[in-house]
Design a binder for this molecule. Structure first.
Ligand SMILES: Cc1cc2nc3c(=O)[nH]c(=O)nc-3n(C[C@H](O)[C@H](O)[C@H](O)COP(=O)(O)OP(=O)(O)OC[C@H]3O[C@@H](n4cnc5c(N)ncnc54)[C@H](O)[C@@H]3O)c2cc1C
Length: 263
């Protein structure tokens, strides 16, 4: 009972997925009935794979109350119980049947990071999903994704959805990372059969860039973007200061359709 009450009070907190309107108006929360509640399920950890020094891929088999489909929209997240009555949000990279995949960065060493680091295959975890409105709004529009670190997770899910369309729209992904080793996070998109249609700009802030990469942060790369504000949707996800700085740059360039998720 206590856990259920806590889940519901957490969910009554403002959804952190936002659509921003240009012109200095405050961010508008994205609306959507079931997107705010999700379903409470337990997941058994099937696989835990180290992807980079600090990022792990976790694949859970959902168990328990699954009756029928989970109404997942790529870009949504799960709220995961990380012990001691605390919850952390993790974007869903993939939800396939009863299997859900996350990419979790444990570098912050907070409660969630420590909980995830301590998980072993076979452990059972409580989660509520799917949640949030950071999802593809206008599939026919050009799409520009701007992500840093594990902010790539919801973008992977949305880009795969767009690449699955009969005629995918133009898609440009700016991916900001510190180290060359982090580029491996893009593998799940690069393996898509239509990946050749996707334009990717990797922005490396710490390591010297390899050929074809941009040297610097994503916020250094996007000022040179030429945009068609009416027909381009921008999805920005990652650490809050990157999201805010990128928003300011894009709004200054006339962008009107901005969707943001601040980690
Ligand atoms: C909708 C949503 C989806 C998310 N999806 C993912 C995901 O797919 N993968 C993932 O790894 N994380 C994701 N996050 C972030 C995640 O929920 C945790 O907030 C994050 O992992 C830190 O949790 P923690 O308990 O380890 O650290 P906390 O206890 O929350 O914080 C520990 C310390 O780290 C600092 N810190 C925490 N986060 C950041 C940050 N982004 N930048 C700088 N300093 C920070 C805090 O200020 C604090 O000092 C998501 C967040 C949201 C809101």
């Amino acid at each position: 009972m206590w856990i259920r009450g806590l889940v519901e009070s957490m969910e009554s907190m403002a959804d952190r997925s936002e659509k921003t309107n240009a012109g200095g108006t405050p961010p508008l929360p994205v609306r959507g009935g079931s997107q705010r509640t999700g379903r409470k399920l337990s997941g058994v950890l099937l696989q835990k794979n180290a992807v980079t020094e600090t990022v792990s891929e976790l694949i859970f088999e959902l168990a328990g109350e699954i009756n029928g489909e989970i109404n997942f929209k790529p870009g949504q997240f799960a709220r995961v119980w990380v012990g001691e009555y605390r919850w952390r949000d993790y974007s869903i990279v993939e939800l396939d049947g009863g299997r859900v995949t996350f990419l979790v960065d444990s570098r912050f060493r907070g409660h969630g990071s420590r909980f995830i680091s301590g998980l072993a295959v076979g452990d059972e975890v409580l989660m509520r999903l799917p949640l949030g409105g950071f999802t593809v709004a206008n599939p026919e529009h050009s799409h520009c994704f701007i992500a840093s670190g594990t902010g790539i997770s919801p973008c992977i899910a949305m880009i795969r959805l767009l690449l699955d369309l009969d005629t995918p729209p133009p898609i440009h992904l700016y991916f900001g990372c510190k180290s060359r080793h982090d580029v491996v996070l893009l593998d799940r998109i690069k393996q898509h059969r239509a990946a050749h249609l996707l334009k990717i700009t990797v922005c490396l802030s710490d390591d010297p860039p390899a050929a074809g990469m941009f040297s610097g942060r994503v916020t250094d790369a996007i000022p040179s973007l030429e945009i068609a504000p009416e027909t381009t949707d921008f999805y920005i996800c990652g650490n809050p200061s990157m999201v805010d700085d990128a928003t300011e740059i894009l709004v200054g360039k006339g962008a009107t359709n901005l969707f943001r998720e601040r980690y």
